[in-house]
Structure formats: C-alpha cells, structure tokens
Design a protein around this ligand. Structure first.
Ligand code: S3P
Length: 166
C-alpha cells in the first residue's frame, strides 16, 4: 500500500498522530526530523545554528530521495519539507498526502519545544507563526485530505485517516 505522508505546521500533531497511525496500519513510522538527527548525529537545532537552514533543507531533500517510492510507511514530515516542489514530486509517486491543519492559537500552545524548532526561537511567537502559516497555506494545500485538528484528539485524527484510507 502507498505510504502516508503527514504534512502541516509545527505543532499540528504530525509526530504523535503518525506514530499511532503507523501502529494501527502496521506500517513503519518515520519522523523526518528524527531521521535527520540520526543520520547526521546532530540535533535539528545544531544543524540550524552551525550550518544554517539551507543545510537542513539539503538533509531533508536527501532523506526524501531515500524514502520516495517506498510502500507501507507513515512519514511525519518537518513543517517545511513540502516547501520544496521536488520533495513533493518525489513523494507523490507512492504516497498519500494528509495535512493536519491547526490555528495559530493551537500551534502557539504546543510549540514550546524549541529544540527542534529554531525557526520559532526568535522574535514574537504569534507574529512568526501567523506569517509562516500564511506563507505556507499553499504548500499544505497539496494534500488530498486535510483535517482541522484543533478540537480533535490524536486518536480521533488517526480514526479519520484510517477510515479515509480503507
Ligand atoms: C520546521 C519544522 C520542524 C523542523 C525544523 C523546520 C519548519 O519540524 O523540521 O525546525 O520549517 O516548519 P516539526 O514540524 O516537526 O516541528
């Protein structure tokens, strides 16, 4: 079966939902941020601070070339991975994109973990979140299923995706 690719903004719940969905489907779970940390031996924060965002996007692109075309994976993507059309093109060949959509208020309550989110570490959090959300609307709009997650538990979201796939 095609892999399921969870996309959406930081704090939308991709990792939590992804690992539970993978269990339910009996698929392997991949979190792209964790995979990049494993491969490079560096935290996401360290990659950003030492080498910059371009290097991180390069690591994402490299990882995507390895995952593209594979079956039976649930992939939780870092929030910026689908900003690359090439990443989307490669993953589309054998993947179903599902977008988890959250409002700025929900996101702000959840993104306290700065370790994996250096893009949110500086400046006013609400302004940064609001402006990035607006910039990325189109990128997240490529999904064939979009779920508004604000009022839902991870289990409810898993259920929706599971039923959609069956
Ligand atoms: C990013 C999101 C992060 C991580 C990196 C960049 C982004 O992942 O990949 O900090 O550009 O939105 P999560 O979406 O899992 O927080």
């Amino acid at each position: 079966m095609k892999s399921v690719i969870l996309i959406g903004f930081m704090g939308s719940g991709k990792s939590t939902v992804g690992s539970r969905l993978a269990k339910r489907l009996g698929y392997k779970f991949i979190d792209t941020d964790c995979a990049i940390e494993d491969v490079t031996g560096l935290t996401v924060e360290r990659i950003f601070s030492k080498y910059g965002v371009k290097r991180f996007r390069g690591e994402e692109a490299l990882l995507v070339t390895k995952l593209a075309g594979k079956d039976n994976l649930v992939i939780s993507t870092g929030g910026g991975l689908v900003l690359s059309e090439e990443n989307v093109r490669l993953l589309t060949t054998n993947g179903v994109f599902v977008s988890l959509r959250a409002t700025a208020d929900t996101i702000m309550k959840r993104v306290r973990n700065k370790r994996t989110r250096p893009l949110l570490a500086k400046g006013n959090l609400r302004e940064t979140v609001t402006s990035l959300l607006e910039q990325r609307k189109e990128a997240y709009g490529i999904a064939e299923l979009t779920i508004d997650v604000d009022q839902l538990t991870p289990e409810q979201i898993v259920d929706i995706i599971y039923k959609y796939l069956k």
